[in-house]
Design a protein around this ligand. Structure first.
Ligand code: SF4
Ligand code: SF4
Length: 808
């Protein structure tokens, strides 16, 4: 399955938003490791030396029309070669002017260039700055390392010329055109000297590239070492970590991000879909440049910008075939425990004449060793990484969230509410995390009958990505997967339920399939849809036949058929039972309540829902369900009235309410679980009280999801904090959670009428203010934690100490 920020789906991008434009097909250097001139593909020989103005126009027009058609706000374009600076300042300026003139009216244009830097001059720097172009420079390390490959045709060193270019880009007036350094690895070079040489150039970012190789032409392994590339990279990694990660190193950042369940953000590792196409100097559309290393013509797809729009590229079989994703990997990679981070490496590196691309990477051993070592060696500060599987925050307290600057999200959630966009982002991260867990689980079911379910999921990932994402968004999947992978004492979960998951996704997709699924306590559970009842107490499995969105389940002598109209039926009339509920014997559908048009599950069916301090209710009888639906609808109206700022976040993030058993003494109960994003567990209560419980608990949902992305405090902080709402001191996380929840509760009481509400407001406001001060005084907040708590304080201090007319 592919990981994307928008839900780890899409093996096939719907739109391209990254382009490489070859503006010159020759080079002033003659590097012997160059994939353009020295590898299998030799198409450069028949290309025009320079791109013609009409080719620039046609390419820009195609990019603009594609951005327009797909509503893209931003496209990324890298000028490439050969060496793009060979164009010279006049023609380069003409190309840049034309690109901006055609594309910018439609979409913001992020313009970049990859250059060897040899020809860079102040005049060119001024041009690049004026046109807003960021430049990456190729440098392989110190003089010894760089001159091993990067030489002029006559053999002369390019090192001094490249360093001159880097010195130019470091000047304050050109600095913001400095994108970073791209370094191709040669394991004969000392890694620490290479690292130090690159760091000395003060690059904003470093790319460390494995030299292109295939199974036909494997990379050199001096001395026959088993994993020389991993060993080389790990020496830099360890030093980089010791140095406090002074600069982003894309390969490491990507592995850390994907290891935490996010996007890799890289072409070379991970399972992100590719949305990149290349335009050659003759206007030919091509696949990613690295393909040139596989065989002559491997990057070509027979399309060009004069005759074919970018949509034709996206739907071209070769382009689709070149996409990343589990379904396109060989069986070895699909079963690999680190596949979510590795993704089989670069596609070109998997090529062999005999197996095509259906192989692990020629760097497989190195990638595996590198990833496993990084995962093992990167615990969060102050905490042992002993609780597998790790949560997404387990690597870096101040890591930019999911590759996007974290501050906006932290500010938005920290202020107390959270926009719909922020909640979607948290939901996407959770989805990615769940999918990562499922990928890990797939490795555990290899060789069992459940492996067929994994094959079906991989197929669905390709054919029905939306249905798969909708299934993976079911709130209790994370708990199920974590219990399977690392069950705490006394708890178990059934990995075979992977088949129930696949069946649920296949039903949503309307795909035909037959699966063996677990039958537990007489039920076959289809997450997010419902459960089939089969009265066969002696059976542990059922056979499920799926077709056209309906299903038939068989076990022993029992059989139940459920038509698609019953399985996928929407809630009738907003608050009633799903159509078909009463009429389909043996089918227990999930049930919902619609709050302002958003369907929320009333979750009384999922077998993994009982994860709170208080027990969940059993399946609600129809009258009880109707009462819950009325209570929730009334509570929602109170939230709209009293806490309108919470409404967008709740609408985007609240997926389910799990009814809890009432306390015999009548005390209110409510709860959330980090393993159930978007769910509030609560007892039924009067609307005013239920509204407060929902708002209070949803704060925990949001903060828990933020804590999955980044550490806000030192988890090893030993002391407990006194908080006014509890008799006993609380651990730091508990105090932070309570403070954040009470901020929202104060907000509700702030708006409610009446002196009693004023009293509640003052109390919650004072509690929150005192707790914020106490949190700050611990000195244990990370940079993100400080920012988050500061935002809470800003919101609180924007409110009056007491409401007008309520003053004591
Ligand atoms: S500078 Fe780049 S394009 Fe030119 S020969 Fe070297 S690797 Fe190839
Ligand atoms: S480590 Fe090897 S087997 Fe695993 S995904 Fe990467 S290339 Fe495939």
């Amino acid at each position: 399955m592919t990981t994307t920020a928008a839900g780890r789906s899409e093996l096939r991008p719907r739109a391209l938003n990254q382009y490489v434009l070859k503006v010159h097909s020759r080079c002033d250097l003659a590097c012997d490791h160059c994939y353009v001139y020295e590898h299998a593909d030799q198409s450069w020989r028949v290309r025009p030396r320079e791109i013609a103005p009409e080719t620039v126009d046609a390419a820009a027009t195609r990019i603009a029309e594609h951005a327009h058609r797909h509503g893209l706000a931003r496209v990324h374009l890298v000028l490439h070669g050969g060496e793009p600076l060979l164009l010279g300042p006049v023609r380069l300026a003409a190309v840049l002017t034309r690109l901006r003139a055609v594309i910018e009216p439609v979409a913001e244009l992020d313009l970049r260039m990859q250059s060897n830097g040899v020809l860079l001059t102040p005049r060119l720097c001024e041009l690049l700055v004026a046109h807003g172009v960021q430049v990456g420079i190729s440098l392989d390390g110190d003089a010894t390392a760089n001159d091993r490959h990067r030489r002029f045709a006559g053999g002369a060193s390019s090192h001094a010329a490249v360093r001159r270019a880097l010195a130019l880009l470091r000047r304050p007036e050109y600095r913001h055109s400095y994108a970073g350094i791209l370094c191709t690895i040669d394991v004969r070079n000392d890694p620490i000297r290479v690292y130090e040489a690159l760091l000395a150039e003060a690059p904003p970012r470093i790319d460390l590239l494995l030299p292109h190789a295939t199974w036909n032409a494997p990379p050199p392994r001096p001395g026959g070492a088993a994993t020389p590339y991993a060993d080389w990279l790990l020496r830099i990694y360890r030093r980089w970590v010791r140095d406090g990660r002074p600069v982003g190193i894309r390969l490491f950042d990507s592995l850390l991000a994907s290891g935490a369940g996010g996007r890799s953000g890289a072409e070379s590792v991970g399972l992100d879909p590719s949305d990149l196409a290349v335009v050659e100097t003759d206007g030919a559309w091509e696949l990613a440049d690295s393909m040139k290393t596989a065989y002559d013509g491997a990057a070509g797809i027979g399309l060009d910008v004069f005759r074919h729009p970018a949509d034709a590229v996206v739907s071209h079989p070769e382009f689709i075939g070149s996409q990343r994703g589990l379904a396109r990997l060989c069986p070895t990679c699909r079963r690999c425990p680190v596949v979510a981070q590795c993704g089989g490496g670069l596609r070109a590196h998997r090529y062999s004449d005999t197996g095509g691309f259906d192989n692990p990477s020629v760097y497989c051993a190195d990638l595996k060793e590198l990833i496993i070592s990084i995962n093992r060696e990167t615990p969060p500060p102050g905490a042992a990484r002993a609780r597998p599987p790790a949560t997404p925050a387990d690597h870096d307290p101040d890591l930019p969230l999911d590759g996007v600057p974290a501050e906006g999200l932290l500010d938005d959630i920290g202020a107390g509410h959270g926009s719909a966009a922020s909640l979607r982002r948290l939901a996407d991260a959770q989805l990615g995390y769940v999918r990562g867990l499922v990928v890990e689980l797939a490795g555990r079911v290899a060789g069992t009958p459940t492996a067929a379910a994994w094959e079906l999921l991989a197929r669905l990932d390709e054919e029905a990505a939306d249905a798969l994402s909708a299934t993976f968004a079911h709130p209790y999947l994370r708990r199920w997967a974590r219990l399977c992978l690392a069950p705490p004492a006394g708890e178990t979960a059934d990995p075979a339920q992977l088949a129930g998951l696949a069946a649920s996704a296949a039903v949503r997709a309307g795909i035909e399939a037959e699966l063996e699924v677990p039958l537990r306590a007489g039920l076959v559970h289809l997450p997010g849809l419902g459960a089939v009842e089969l009265d066969e107490p002696g059976e542990r499995h059922a056979l499920l036949a799926l077709a056209g969105g309906g299903l038939t389940a068989r076990a022993g002598r029992s059989a139940v058929s459920v038509p698609s109209t019953a399985v996928m039926a929407p809630p009738a009339g907003g608050q009633g039972l799903p159509a078909g509920h009463a009429s389909t014997a043996g089918w227990r559908p999930v049930r919902r309540v619609e709050l302002d048009g958003s369907p929320i599950l009333v979750e009384d069916l999922d077998p993994y829902r009982d994860c709170y301090e208080w027990p969940a209710t059993p399946r609600l009888a129809p009258a009880a369900l109707a009462s819950w639906q009325r209570s929730l609808a009334a509570a929602w109206q109170r939230i709209r009235r009293d806490a309108p700022g919470q409404v967008p976040g709740l609408r985007a993030g609240l997926r389910a309410v799990t009814p809890l058993r009432a306390d015999p003494t009548g005390r209110l109960r409510s709860a959330t679980s980090r393993d159930a994003f978007g769910v509030v567990g609560t007892v039924e209560a009067r609307p005013d009280a239920l509204a407060v419980l929902l708002v209070h608990e949803f704060q925990h949902v949001k903060l828990g999801a933020v804590l999955d992305l980044t550490l806000l405090f030192d988890p090893a902080y030993p002391d407990r904090l006194r908080v006014p709402w509890r008799d006993t001191p609380r651990p730091l996380e508990g105090a932070l959670q309570g403070t954040y929840a009470h901020l929202a509760v104060a907000d509700v009481w702030r708006a409610r009428p009446g002196p009693e509400a004023g009293e509640h407001y003052r109390r919650y406001r004072d509690w929150t203010a005192g707790a914020i001060d106490a949190l700050v005084a611990t000195g244990a907040l990370t940079g993100h934690g400080t920012r988050f708590v500061r935002r809470m304080g800003e919101t609180l201090h924007s409110w009056p100490a007491a409401r007008r007319g309520d003053e004591r």
